[in-house]
Design a protein. Sequence first.
Length: 69
Amino acid sequence: MEIPAPMPANVIEVLVSVGDKVEVDQELVILESMKMEVPVPAPEAGRVTEVLVEVGQAVSEGDIILRIE
């Protein structure tokens, strides 16, 4: 499953790594948009297979930030 950015933002924290098991609603990445921190939660449980962003990176709405399976 691909996890997209919900809005244009900057990545301020990546909370998971490839291989990590995640649970439903676990925070994966923290974004900053308009001076607000926005957590991106896991929509389902699984294992992180790819992390496509790094701290300081700007993302656009819909950009894939990570994948879980």
